[in-house]
Write a protein that binds this ligand. Structure first.
Ligand SMILES: C[S@@+](CC[C@H](N)C(=O)[O-])C[C@H]1O[C@@H](n2cnc3c(N)ncnc32)[C@H](O)[C@@H]1O
Length: 247
Protein backbone atom coordinates (compact mmCIF):
# COMPACT_ATOMS: atom_id res chain seq x y z
CA UNK A 1 0.00 0.00 0.00
CA UNK A 2 1.50 3.37 -0.95
CA UNK A 3 0.25 6.70 0.28
CA UNK A 4 1.58 10.22 -0.18
CA UNK A 5 4.00 11.32 2.55
CA UNK A 6 2.41 13.18 5.47
CA UNK A 7 2.85 16.95 5.28
CA UNK A 8 5.34 18.25 7.83
CA UNK A 9 3.95 19.49 11.13
CA UNK A 10 1.21 18.38 13.47
CA UNK A 11 -2.29 18.30 11.99
CA UNK A 12 -5.80 17.04 12.58
CA UNK A 13 -6.63 15.09 15.73
CA UNK A 14 -2.99 15.18 16.87
CA UNK A 15 -3.04 19.00 16.83
CA UNK A 16 -6.24 18.98 18.92
CA UNK A 17 -4.71 16.53 21.40
CA UNK A 18 -1.23 18.04 21.74
CA UNK A 19 -2.05 20.01 24.88
CA UNK A 20 -3.72 16.94 26.37
CA UNK A 21 -0.59 14.88 25.69
CA UNK A 22 1.83 17.41 27.22
CA UNK A 23 1.71 18.05 30.97
CA UNK A 24 2.47 21.74 30.51
CA UNK A 25 2.57 22.65 34.17
CA UNK A 26 5.18 19.97 34.86
CA UNK A 27 7.14 20.64 31.69
CA UNK A 28 7.34 24.41 32.03
CA UNK A 29 8.25 23.95 35.69
CA UNK A 30 11.19 21.77 34.64
CA UNK A 31 12.28 23.76 31.58
CA UNK A 32 11.66 27.46 32.17
CA UNK A 33 14.25 28.08 34.92
CA UNK A 34 17.02 26.72 32.69
CA UNK A 35 15.76 28.53 29.58
CA UNK A 36 15.51 31.85 31.42
CA UNK A 37 18.98 31.34 32.91
CA UNK A 38 20.51 30.76 29.47
CA UNK A 39 18.64 33.75 27.96
CA UNK A 40 19.78 36.06 30.77
CA UNK A 41 23.39 34.85 30.38
CA UNK A 42 23.11 35.95 26.71
CA UNK A 43 21.47 39.32 27.53
CA UNK A 44 18.64 38.14 25.32
CA UNK A 45 15.43 40.14 24.91
CA UNK A 46 14.04 39.15 21.49
CA UNK A 47 13.50 35.39 21.29
CA UNK A 48 12.16 33.19 18.48
CA UNK A 49 10.65 29.79 19.31
CA UNK A 50 11.04 27.78 16.07
CA UNK A 51 8.47 24.96 15.89
CA UNK A 52 6.49 26.73 18.61
CA UNK A 53 3.49 24.37 18.49
CA UNK A 54 0.62 25.65 20.64
CA UNK A 55 2.64 28.62 21.93
CA UNK A 56 3.09 27.64 25.57
CA UNK A 57 6.80 28.51 25.69
CA UNK A 58 6.11 31.87 24.00
CA UNK A 59 3.42 32.60 26.58
CA UNK A 60 5.75 31.67 29.44
CA UNK A 61 8.54 33.84 27.98
CA UNK A 62 6.16 36.80 27.63
CA UNK A 63 5.27 36.39 31.33
CA UNK A 64 9.02 36.54 32.09
CA UNK A 65 9.30 39.84 30.20
CA UNK A 66 10.94 38.62 26.98
CA UNK A 67 9.87 39.88 23.53
CA UNK A 68 8.94 36.37 22.39
CA UNK A 69 7.74 35.21 18.96
CA UNK A 70 6.86 31.82 17.53
CA UNK A 71 7.01 30.15 14.13
CA UNK A 72 5.58 26.82 12.99
CA UNK A 73 4.73 25.01 9.76
CA UNK A 74 1.28 23.93 10.97
CA UNK A 75 -1.53 26.47 10.62
CA UNK A 76 -3.55 24.39 13.10
CA UNK A 77 -0.86 24.67 15.78
CA UNK A 78 -0.41 28.38 14.99
CA UNK A 79 -4.15 28.95 15.36
CA UNK A 80 -4.04 27.38 18.82
CA UNK A 81 -0.99 29.45 19.77
CA UNK A 82 -2.66 32.68 18.64
CA UNK A 83 -5.84 31.89 20.56
CA UNK A 84 -4.02 30.73 23.72
CA UNK A 85 -1.72 33.75 23.98
CA UNK A 86 -4.15 36.37 22.64
CA UNK A 87 -1.13 37.74 20.75
CA UNK A 88 -1.76 36.66 17.15
CA UNK A 89 0.83 39.00 15.64
CA UNK A 90 3.62 37.14 17.43
CA UNK A 91 3.09 33.88 15.49
CA UNK A 92 4.34 33.29 11.96
CA UNK A 93 4.09 30.54 9.36
CA UNK A 94 7.52 29.07 8.58
CA UNK A 95 8.67 25.61 7.60
CA UNK A 96 12.21 25.08 8.83
CA UNK A 97 14.04 24.03 5.69
CA UNK A 98 12.54 26.90 3.65
CA UNK A 99 14.14 30.37 3.64
CA UNK A 100 12.57 32.29 6.53
CA UNK A 101 9.99 34.96 5.72
CA UNK A 102 10.25 38.35 7.44
CA UNK A 103 10.06 37.23 11.07
CA UNK A 104 11.54 40.45 12.49
CA UNK A 105 15.17 39.28 12.73
CA UNK A 106 17.65 39.67 14.25
CA UNK A 107 16.75 37.73 17.37
CA UNK A 108 19.00 37.48 20.42
CA UNK A 109 18.13 33.82 20.81
CA UNK A 110 16.39 31.00 18.97
CA UNK A 111 14.76 28.09 20.78
CA UNK A 112 13.69 24.86 19.10
CA UNK A 113 12.19 22.58 21.73
CA UNK A 114 10.13 19.43 22.14
CA UNK A 115 11.69 17.16 19.51
CA UNK A 116 10.96 19.42 16.52
CA UNK A 117 14.57 19.29 15.33
CA UNK A 118 14.63 15.58 14.30
CA UNK A 119 11.57 16.30 12.12
CA UNK A 120 13.55 18.90 10.17
CA UNK A 121 14.91 16.90 7.25
CA UNK A 122 16.61 19.75 5.35
CA UNK A 123 19.19 20.36 8.07
CA UNK A 124 21.67 22.53 6.13
CA UNK A 125 18.96 24.95 5.02
CA UNK A 126 17.52 25.16 8.55
CA UNK A 127 20.92 25.84 10.13
CA UNK A 128 21.65 28.52 7.53
CA UNK A 129 18.31 30.11 8.42
CA UNK A 130 19.15 29.95 12.16
CA UNK A 131 22.38 31.84 11.45
CA UNK A 132 20.49 34.50 9.49
CA UNK A 133 17.85 34.88 12.19
CA UNK A 134 20.13 35.15 15.25
CA UNK A 135 22.53 38.04 15.86
CA UNK A 136 26.25 37.21 16.11
CA UNK A 137 26.94 35.82 19.58
CA UNK A 138 23.24 35.05 20.11
CA UNK A 139 22.07 31.78 21.63
CA UNK A 140 20.63 28.75 19.84
CA UNK A 141 19.09 26.21 22.21
CA UNK A 142 17.64 23.02 20.73
CA UNK A 143 15.97 20.27 22.78
CA UNK A 144 15.42 16.87 21.21
CA UNK A 145 15.45 13.11 21.46
CA UNK A 146 18.73 11.90 19.96
CA UNK A 147 17.33 8.43 19.29
CA UNK A 148 20.64 6.85 18.25
CA UNK A 149 20.97 6.14 22.00
CA UNK A 150 17.82 3.99 21.76
CA UNK A 151 19.16 1.72 19.00
CA UNK A 152 21.76 0.09 21.25
CA UNK A 153 19.17 -0.46 24.01
CA UNK A 154 16.91 -2.28 21.49
CA UNK A 155 13.84 -0.90 23.27
CA UNK A 156 11.57 0.80 20.73
CA UNK A 157 9.02 2.01 23.29
CA UNK A 158 8.92 5.42 24.93
CA UNK A 159 7.10 5.67 28.26
CA UNK A 160 3.38 4.97 28.03
CA UNK A 161 1.31 8.03 28.98
CA UNK A 162 -2.22 8.10 30.33
CA UNK A 163 -4.12 11.39 30.33
CA UNK A 164 -7.68 12.23 31.30
CA UNK A 165 -9.58 14.06 28.55
CA UNK A 166 -13.23 15.12 28.77
CA UNK A 167 -13.65 12.75 31.71
CA UNK A 168 -12.23 9.69 29.92
CA UNK A 169 -8.75 8.15 29.86
CA UNK A 170 -6.61 8.54 26.76
CA UNK A 171 -3.48 6.40 26.29
CA UNK A 172 -0.52 7.66 24.25
CA UNK A 173 1.68 4.82 22.92
CA UNK A 174 4.92 5.88 21.20
CA UNK A 175 7.65 3.82 19.61
CA UNK A 176 10.60 4.31 17.27
CA UNK A 177 11.15 2.17 14.17
CA UNK A 178 14.61 2.58 12.61
CA UNK A 179 14.58 2.84 8.80
CA UNK A 180 18.39 2.87 8.43
CA UNK A 181 21.40 4.56 10.01
CA UNK A 182 20.03 8.04 9.28
CA UNK A 183 16.25 7.90 9.55
CA UNK A 184 13.59 6.47 11.82
CA UNK A 185 9.82 6.69 12.16
CA UNK A 186 8.28 7.92 15.39
CA UNK A 187 4.88 6.28 15.73
CA UNK A 188 2.19 7.57 18.04
CA UNK A 189 -1.02 5.68 18.69
CA UNK A 190 -3.71 7.34 20.77
CA UNK A 191 -6.22 4.95 22.31
CA UNK A 192 -9.43 6.12 23.96
CA UNK A 193 -12.38 3.87 24.75
CA UNK A 194 -12.64 1.50 21.77
CA UNK A 195 -11.18 3.97 19.25
CA UNK A 196 -7.56 4.42 18.20
CA UNK A 197 -5.74 6.97 16.09
CA UNK A 198 -2.27 6.54 14.59
CA UNK A 199 0.29 8.92 13.09
CA UNK A 200 3.94 8.38 12.18
CA UNK A 201 6.59 11.02 11.60
CA UNK A 202 9.80 10.41 9.68
CA UNK A 203 12.68 11.84 11.62
CA UNK A 204 16.43 12.07 11.58
CA UNK A 205 18.45 9.82 13.89
CA UNK A 206 20.76 12.13 15.85
CA UNK A 207 23.52 11.33 18.32
CA UNK A 208 25.51 13.83 20.42
CA UNK A 209 28.42 13.48 17.98
CA UNK A 210 26.41 14.06 14.79
CA UNK A 211 24.60 17.00 16.39
CA UNK A 212 27.84 18.69 17.41
CA UNK A 213 29.32 18.11 13.94
CA UNK A 214 26.30 19.55 12.11
CA UNK A 215 26.22 22.74 14.19
CA UNK A 216 29.99 23.22 13.99
CA UNK A 217 30.07 22.65 10.21
CA UNK A 218 27.31 25.26 9.89
CA UNK A 219 29.57 27.82 11.59
CA UNK A 220 28.18 27.84 15.14
CA UNK A 221 30.64 28.17 17.99
CA UNK A 222 30.72 27.03 21.63
CA UNK A 223 28.64 24.01 20.56
CA UNK A 224 27.77 21.70 23.43
CA UNK A 225 25.37 18.75 23.54
CA UNK A 226 24.28 18.58 27.14
CA UNK A 227 21.91 16.62 29.37
CA UNK A 228 20.66 19.93 30.81
CA UNK A 229 18.57 22.68 29.28
CA UNK A 230 20.10 25.30 31.57
CA UNK A 231 23.73 24.22 31.48
CA UNK A 232 26.06 23.29 28.62
CA UNK A 233 28.72 20.64 29.12
CA UNK A 234 26.81 17.98 31.11
CA UNK A 235 27.36 14.61 29.39
CA UNK A 236 24.05 13.10 28.24
CA UNK A 237 23.05 9.75 29.76
CA UNK A 238 19.73 9.32 27.92
CA UNK A 239 18.34 10.25 24.50
CA UNK A 240 17.04 13.58 25.87
CA UNK A 241 19.66 16.18 24.92
CA UNK A 242 20.01 19.94 24.49
CA UNK A 243 22.25 21.61 21.94
CA UNK A 244 23.68 24.91 23.20
CA UNK A 245 25.43 27.00 20.55
CA UNK A 246 26.37 30.58 19.69
CA UNK A 247 25.64 32.11 16.29
C1 LIG B 1 6.25 17.92 19.05
S1 LIG B 1 5.73 19.54 18.62
C2 LIG B 1 6.70 20.56 19.67
C3 LIG B 1 6.04 21.87 19.96
C4 LIG B 1 6.74 22.73 21.00
N1 LIG B 1 7.98 23.28 20.49
C5 LIG B 1 7.01 21.97 22.27
O1 LIG B 1 8.12 22.07 22.79
O2 LIG B 1 6.11 21.31 22.77
C6 LIG B 1 6.52 19.73 17.05
C7 LIG B 1 6.12 21.04 16.34
O3 LIG B 1 7.02 21.26 15.27
C8 LIG B 1 6.29 21.63 14.12
N2 LIG B 1 7.13 21.28 12.97
C9 LIG B 1 7.47 20.05 12.52
N3 LIG B 1 8.30 20.15 11.46
C10 LIG B 1 8.51 21.48 11.28
C11 LIG B 1 9.27 22.24 10.34
N4 LIG B 1 10.00 21.66 9.39
N5 LIG B 1 9.24 23.60 10.44
C12 LIG B 1 8.50 24.22 11.38
N6 LIG B 1 7.76 23.55 12.28
C13 LIG B 1 7.77 22.20 12.23
C14 LIG B 1 4.98 20.89 14.26
O4 LIG B 1 3.94 21.46 13.49
C15 LIG B 1 4.73 20.99 15.75
O5 LIG B 1 4.02 22.14 16.10
Amino acid sequence: MTRPPDPPGIHGPMADLYDVFVDWEGRLGREMPGIVKRLRETDARRVLDAGCGTGRHVAALLREGFDAHGADVSEEMLAQARAFTGAPGRFHAWRMGDPPPDLGAPFDALLCLGNVWPQVLDVDAALLAFRRLVRPGGLVLVGLKAVEARRAGKDPFMPLLKRMHEGRPLWFIRFVDFEDAEFAHLHMVVVGGDAAFHRSTRMRVWSPGTLRGAFERAGFRDVSVSARIGEPGVAPTTEDVFVHARA
